[in-house]
Design a protein around this ligand. Structure first.
Ligand code: ADP
Length: 301
């Protein structure tokens, strides 16, 4: 008699497969390593801000994720398929807004969208029309005559039109003015949240992420140094200054973990610590302070 449980029951406790699974990614330009054994998983429905300084390798990482770069080592899977051999069906589930506009500038917005529409079985015309109006994009002018910000928005509409399950945005608002950036990003994320789309957006501008990215990942020295929900990261990170012994004692008292430490003069150090979620530290012999995203960026990116 077959005693194994039905497949549905057997699989009930299996974690859902990550949307993107990158393991041991290594990539160098000539002799210059950019990604150094990087591991990163993006899970369905996550909205992740990829943070890193200029030149940290954010564009390289996103391009590697989409199979646009040859790797020296490691593997990438997107929706369970090897990154360099994505099927057309899987490509159709991805929306990508590259950092540099790749729109055909001689086309009008209408022509461009009609052209792309022919490649995708799924295409939401009502959404495209609504966004063109809301984001104030002229439909019948050559794209070359649109402003940089409008071109960027058009590129985003093109990437949203086929309702992707994975949306990859490389510095998506770099051409927008500062006042509009955050609101625009918020709206952009709202556009996809209902569908449970996985979103990754890179930026080196911190204010872009507040109220937008639910998770942040710091790319530093060729790896993802830290990834966590932004609120949790801010809640659980403390900055302390003291001797190494004082910092260690604080960690023991509060079950904290050192994220990063840096010498301050001969005997003191400044340490960023992670507390267990929900920990209440209160008064302590060693003064401890919460950190803001900017301080985190300075230390982690
Ligand atoms: P970020 O997006 O974080 O600013 P990039 O991925 O664009 O970083 O670049 C990472 C590093 O790799 C930088 O030092 C950049 O100069 C270098 N780089 C990027 N693309 C190339 C390329 N095609 N050839 C050589 N070096 C490159």
């Amino acid at each position: 008699m077959n005693t194994s449980p039905p497949a549905a029951v057997a699989n009930a406790h299996v974690a859902p497969r990550p949307t993107v699974d990158m393991r041991g990614l290594s990539l160098a330009y000539g002799k210059k390593p950019v990604l150094k054994g990087l591991d990163w998983q993006l899970h369905p429905g996550q909205v992740i801000g990829l943070l890193g300084r200029n030149g940290a390798g954010k564009t390289t990482l996103l391009e590697a994720m989409l199979g646009l770069r040859d790797l020296q080592g490691g593997s990438v899977e997107v929706f369970g398929e090897p990154g360099l051999q994505l099927s057309d069906a899987t490509r159709g589930r991805i929306g990508y807004v590259p950092q540099r506009s790749d729109l055909f500038e001689g086309f009008t917005a209408n022509e461009l969208l009609a052209y792309f529409r022919s490649f995708y079985p799924r295409w939401n015309t009502a959404k495209v029309d609504a966004l063109l109006s809301r984001w104030d994009i002229a439909r019948d002018q050559p794209i070359a005559r649109l402003s940089g910000g409008q071109q960027q928005r058009l590129s985003i509409i093109r990437a949203l039109a086929h309702e992707p399950d994975l949306l990859v945005l490389d510095e998506p608002v770099s051409s927008l003015d500062p006042a509009g950036r955050r609101e625009f990003l918020r709206e952009l994320v709202d556009q996809v949240l209902d569908r449970g789309t996985t979103v990754v957006l890179s930026t080196h501008i911190l204010s872009d992420l507040e109220r937008v990215a639910f998770n942040v990942a710091f790319l530093r020295d060729g790896r993802i140094a830290v990834q966590a929900p932004l609120d949790e990261l801010l809640d659980t990170t403390r900055q302390v200054t003291g001797t190494r012994q004082q910092v260690e004692a604080f960690c023991t008292r509060h079950h904290a973990r050192v994220l990063r430490r840096r010498a301050l003069g001969e005997s003191q150090e400044l340490a960023l610590l992670t507390l267990p979620p929900g920990a209440m530290v209160g008064e302590d012999a060693l003064a401890h302070e919460p950190v803001n995203l900017e301080a985190l960026f300075m230390e982690l990116a």
